[in-house]
Design a protein around this ligand. Structure first.
Ligand code: BGC
Length: 448
C-alpha cells in the first residue's frame, strides 16, 4: 500500500448510493405492483433471518428526513433507483401517477438541497407480472424496458441530467440463473443466464437511443460490477489466467458495451456448449450504442493463478492474507488501483465509481454514537487508490459511497451494515456514523 493521499479536483463529485427495494418499504402502497423481490423475499428461506423489504428503512415515508441527512452530510450527488412497479405496476400497462409523484417529489427535494440526482432505472426489481411472461428470457423484454425508460425520461428528464440504465447485469443474471441466490432462483442454467444478459444489454442500448430523443441535455450510462481479477504473480501463465477470468465475469458485459463485441475466449466457450444464442450485427450495434459515462461498482479484487485442471476458465483463486469485511470480502485497494489503471488505458468515456463500501457490524454506543473507524480506514484506502489513478490521468468524475443508509442486503438480510448512517430497524431512527462525519469533512476539504 502507498501513502494515503486524498486529492480530488473541485469538479469531482462525492455522493452516496441506494436502491429502491433495499430502502423504500411501502411494498404495496399507493398502487405499487409486486416485484420479483417482493415475491422472492416472502418465501421463507430465501432471505436470511426471514428479512424482507416490506418496511426496510421506510424511506418511502421518510424521504424528506433522508434528504435532510444528505444535506447535513454535504453530499453533492445522490444515486437512487426507481422501482419499475411504482411507475408501471404490471410492467407494461397503465402508468401509476402516485408512483411518478413520489420520485418527482424526491428529485425536487434533492435539487432544493443542492444535491445532484443520479437515477438508476433498474436495480433488480422486475415487475412480477413480467417475470410471469418469461422475464428477461422473453425477447419482448427489450420493448417493455424501453417503454418504461421513456416514461421515466419524460417525467424527470427536465430535472435529472444523469441516468443509469441497469445496475450490475452480471450479478442479477448470474445469481438469478446460475447460483439461484436471487429471483427467479434458478440454478446452473448458463444458457438462460447468457440469453437474459443478451436481452438486458439490448434493452440498455434501446433505452440509450430513446434517451437521445427525449433528453437532449443529459448524460446516460450503465453500471457494471467489476470484481477485478488480478494475477497472483506476474508469470505469463497467471497474467493470461487473470485476463481469462475477467472475460468470463465482468468482461462479459464490459466488452460488448466498451468494445462492441463479446469477449472472444468466453464467447467461444459458451458457443461450443450451445449456451450463446446467435448474435446479429444489428444487435451488437444496439448494445454498443455510445454512452456518456461508465459506472463501476467495485468492492474487492480476486487474485487468480493458472490451473489447467480447473474445468472452467483454467484458473484458480489465490486467497490473499489481508483483512476481510463482514461479507468476507478481502480489502484489496491495490487491486482497485490496478483495475483503474486498466480502465485508464482502454476507456474512451469518463468513469464514475457508482458504488464502493464496506459491511460492518455497527452498533450504537451508550452515548448514541457509531464509531465505525474501520469504515473510515476502508474509505481512505480505496479513495487514495482512486486519487492516485486520477493524478495519473484517469478521467473519473465522481464517487458514490455504498450506501447512504444501512439497508436490506438482498438475500443476506439486514445484518450486514454498509451505511454512512445507522438505521435502527425497530424504531427506524437514523444516526449519522463517524464515517459520515469524516466523509463530509473530506467533501468540505475538496471544496476549500
Ligand atoms: C449492489 C448493491 C449491494 C452492494 C453490496 C452491489 O452489488 O448494487 O445493491 O447492496 O453491492 O453487496
Amino acid at each position: 500500500m502507498k501513502e494515503i493521499s486524498l486529492k480530488f479536483p473541485k469538479n469531482f463529485f462525492f455522493g452516496a448510493a441506494t436502491a429502491a427495494y433495499q430502502i423504500e418499504g411501502a411494498w404495496n402502497e399507493d398502487g405499487k405492483g409486486e416485484s420479483i423481490w417482493d415475491a422472492f423475499s416472502h418465501v421463507p428461506g430465501n432471505v436470511d433471518n426471514g428479512d424482507t423489504g416490506d418496511v426496510a428503512c421506510d424511506h418511502y415515508h421518510r424521504m424528506k428526513e433522508d434528504v435532510a441527512i444528505m444535506k447535513e452530510l454535504h453530499l453533492e450527488c445522490y444515486r437512487f433507483s426507481v422501482a419499475w412497479t411504482r411507475i408501471i405496476p404490471d410492467g407494461d400497462g397503465a402508468v401509476n401517477e402516485a408512483g411518478i409523484k413520489f420520485y418527482s417529489d424526491l428529485i425536487d427535494e434533492l435539487l432544493k438541497a443542492g444535491i445532484r440526482p443520479l437515477l438508476t432505472l433498474y436495480h433488480w426489481d422486475l415487475p412480477l407480472a413480467l417475470q410471469n411472461k418469461g422475464g428477461w428470457l422473453n425477447p419482448e423484454s427489450v420493448n417493455w424496458f424501453t417503454r418504461y425508460a421513456e416514461v421515466v425520461f419524460k417525467a424527470y428528464g427536465d430535472r435529472v441530467k444523469d441516468f443509469v440504465t441497469f445496475n450490475e447485469p452480471f450479478v442479477f443474471t448470474d445469481f438469478g440463473y446460475v447460483t439461484g441466490a436471487f429471483p427467479p432462483g434458478i440454478k446452473g442454467d448458463y444458457r438462460s443466464k447468457i440469453l437474459a444478459g443478451h436481452h438486458v444489454l439490448q434493452s440498455h442500448g434501446s433505452a440509450v437511443r430513446a434517451f437521445r430523443k427525449i433528453v437532449k441535455d443529459g448524460r446516460i450510462g450503465i453500471v457494471l460490477d467489476y470484481a477485478y481479477n488480478a494475477p497472483a504473480t506476474q508469470s505469463e501463465e497467471d497474467v493470461a489466467a487473470a485476463a481469462r477470468a475477467n472475460e468470463f465475469w465482468a468482461g462479459w458485459y464490459f466488452e460488448p458495451i466498451v468494445f462492441g463485441r463479446y469477449p472472444q475466449t468466453a464467447a467461444k466457450w459458451f458457443r461450443e456448449r450451445g449456451q450463446l444464442p446467435p448474435v446479429t450485427e444489428a444487435e451488437m450495434k444496439l448494445i454498443a450504442e455510445p454512452i456518456d459515462f461508465l459506472g463501476i461498482n467495485h468492492y474487492f479484487c480476486n487474485y487468480v493463478k493458472a490451473d489447467p485442471n480447473n474445468p472452467r476458465e483454467g484458473t484458480a483463486p489465490v486467497y490473499p492474507p489481508v483483512q476481510h469485511t463482514l461479507m468476507n470480502w478481502p480489502i484489496t485497494e491495490d487491486g482497485f488501483y490496478e483495475m483503474l489503471t486498466y480502465f485508464r488505458k482502454v476507456l474512451k468515456v469518463p468513469l464514475v465509481i457508482t458504488e464502493n463500501g464496506i459491511a460492518l457490524n455497527d452498533i450504537v454506543t451508550v452515548e448514541g454514537t457509531v464509531e465505525d473507524y474501520d469504515r473510515i480506514d476502508y474509505m481512505k484506502r480505496y479513495l487514495s487508490a482512486l486519487s492516485r489513478a486520477i493524478e495519473e490521468g484517469l478521467d473519473c468524475r465522481g464517487y458514490c459511497y455504498w450506501s447512504l443508509l444501512d439497508n436490506l442486503e438482498w438475500a443476506a438480510g439486514f445484518k450486514d451494515r454498509f451505511g454512512l448512517v445507522h438505521v435502527d430497524y425497530n424504531t427506524l431512527k437514523r444516526t449519522i456514523k463517524r464515517s459520515g462525519r469524516w466523509y463530509s469533512a473530506l467533501i468540505d476539504e475538496k471544496n476549500k
